[in-house]
Design a protein around this ligand. Structure first.
Ligand SMILES: [Zn+2]
Ligand SMILES: [Zn+2]
Length: 390
């Protein structure tokens, strides 16, 4: 019972156990590989499925970085492949065009999708897999976001962000020799997304204590342990040490697993994510570029922690919450953006987001708590002054 906490990540694949929270937890993914040189494990997965034909999906960048090597080992092993390289001028957008491009290449013989990339490639391939029921494997190229083990696909449809229910990947492969060479901003983003778990867990616990919402201590510990490993190895991440990069990759995958365990996104997403989504949606609606998800989440974490500290919620409810300064220090330490201003969030948008981000979804977080206490407007004013001046 609960011995998931003593397991290595690869042993968690396909695991089912009865938890002290009263739930029977199940992890549907069949394989998780994290480490140096593990991309060749794709051959083990292929040999297990024995597909008549494999659809390979990458974009210009990820094909060069790893996709072509994946293609050549699969070709050499004698399997039939169809290779799609999505063109990305600038950033690849997970929209109806990209999904349609993959869907038209799925034929009756396609029995496996192998996606090589990170956020967008994963979201696109997950959607196609969910619709066609063809399993997909994601071979990650950057430790940039926590969507690898998630089961939803955030897509851009008709120019707006919509999250669709998707499916879990059959296997996740995170080769740290490849990931360590990702653009440093993406490594910072992955770190920021992990940092967000800090306040996500606080929000979950707060709602548990205040509203008696379901809570799983095993899931919480799983996420917290993974998070702490990343904090203890920041220097390694800055130096692109594969081991430290592996901890970030594991933390990101584990946060997806934690969502599966608790059957919702509570352990991975709280007010810091709602703020980040609010900024992203607003920027998208104005056709403006928005920061990487994890970079926004990192800054959202500062805001969330600040409100916790200010309203003295940790003392009142006995919840473990970091201080805003601790969060800023961690972000500075890795070299990530640590204020909404440097992130590119306009003053007016910032102020408005604190008051309205809680409308993103009906979920109790520190923002709702502050609103109930009639303190939200005051927090918005003071935080805006703090970061942007009077
Ligand atoms: Zn549990
Ligand atoms: Zn996230």
């Amino acid at each position: 019972m609960d011995d998931i906490l003593s397991k290595e990540i690869k042993e968690m694949a396909d695991m089912e156990f009865e938890c002290s929270c009263g739930k029977q937890h199940k992890i549907e993914m069949k394989h998780i590989y994290v480490g140096e040189g593990v991309y060749i494990k794709i051959l083990d997965v292929v040999k297990e499925i024995l597909p008549s034909k494999i659809l390979l999906v990458s974009d210009n960048n990820t094909y060069e970085v790893l996709g072509k090597d994946v293609k050549s080992i699969i070709d050499e092993a004698g399997y039939r492949t169809k290779n799609i390289i999505l063109s990305s001028q600038g950033d690849l957008v997970p929209d109806e065009r990209a999904i349609g491009r993959i869907l038209v290449e799925v034929d009756d013989e396609t029995e496996l999708i192998v996606a090589v990339g990170s956020g967008s490639i994963n979201d696109i391939s997950r959607m196609v897999s969910a619709r066609t029921k063809i399993p997909y494997v994601i071979i990650g190229t950057a430790p940039s976001m926590d969507g690898y083990a998630s089961t939803v696909s955030p897509l851009i449809i008709d120019g707006a962000k919509v999250t669709y229910p998707g499916t879990h990947p059959y296997a996740i492969i995170a080769d740290t020799n490849i990931m360590k060479n990702a653009p440093f901003e993406m490594i910072c983003a992955g770190f920021g997304d992990i940092l967000g778990k800090y306040t996500a867990l606080s929000d979950w616990m707060l709602s548990h204590k205040k509203n008696d919402e379901y809570f799983c201590y095993t899931t919480e510990k799983l996420v917290r342990d993974a998070m702490n490993k990343c904090f203890d190895n920041i220097e390694g991440a800055v130096n692109r040490d594969p081991k430290a990069i592996g901890y970030i990759a594991e933390g990101l995958i584990l946060s997806g697993i934690a969502m599966t365990l608790s059957d919702n996104s509570r352990p991975a997403s709280g007010a810091e994510h709602h703020l980040s989504h609010y900024w992203e949606i607003d920027k998208l609606s104005r056709n403006k570029e928005h920061p990487l998800h994890g970079n926004s989440v990192g800054v959202g974490t500062i805001i969330s922690a600040w409100i916790y500290n200010e309203l003295k919620v940790e003392e009142k409810y006995g919840i473990e919450v970091p201080t805003a300064n601790e969060i800023i220090k961690l972000l500075d330490c890795i070299g990530a953006k640590s204020s909404p201003k440097t992130l590119g969030i306009e003053k007016e948008l910032f102020h408005r987001s604190i008051i309205h981000a809680l409308e993103i979804r009906p979920r109790f977080t520190i923002l709702q708590y502050a609103k109930n206490e009639n303190k939200l407007e005051e927090c918005a004013d003071r935080l805006t002054n703090l970061f942007y001046g009077e």
